[in-house]
Design a protein around this ligand. Sequence first.
Ligand code: CMX
Length: 141
Amino acid sequence: MIEAQAINHIGIAVRSIAAHQDFYERILGMRFEATETISDQKVNVGFFLIGQPGNEIRLELLEPTSNDSPVAKFIEKRGEGLHHIAYTVSNIQERIQQLKKAGIKMIDETPRRGAHHNLIAFLHPKSTGGVLTEICQPQSA
Ligand code: CMX
């Protein structure tokens, strides 16, 4: 119904991106892409890619930048691990309205800026079987 096009990325909460870089790059053989700071969400994100160019799966390691970061609170409560799954969509504002009409509880009713300046919105885990779910409109879309 919201015509999700692909899994955009999988978010994993970690205390330190650097501490996990060896596992993803050397042990799994993923390609490190870049890190980025998203100041208003108090996280550094590090991207690792696997798959053929143009058809990659991207992991997003999320590292809190302060003790009051939502990701720090997540790790404190549940430990490091899977944090969210993001799906690529177009027309994100319209998708949010469709989701709300379908009875999905939204954390974000207005899109905000995520990594790569993409527009993102989170769905409440209560409406998604406990998995924090993000819709993500790439900047280019
Ligand atoms: N998985 C499952 N449940 C989660 C969760 C997660 N990762 N994070 C939060 N929840 C649950 C909480 O336990 C809470 O449940 P209850 O209502 O039962 O208590 C509920 O979801 C709401 O969480 P909250 O933290 O109280 O709500 P907020 O509105 O303050 O924040 C959220 C929600 C998810 C936006 C915030 O916790 C968060 O994680 N922010 C960081 C966002 C992030 O990852 N930014 C970088 C993204 C970059 C990108 O992808 O481009």
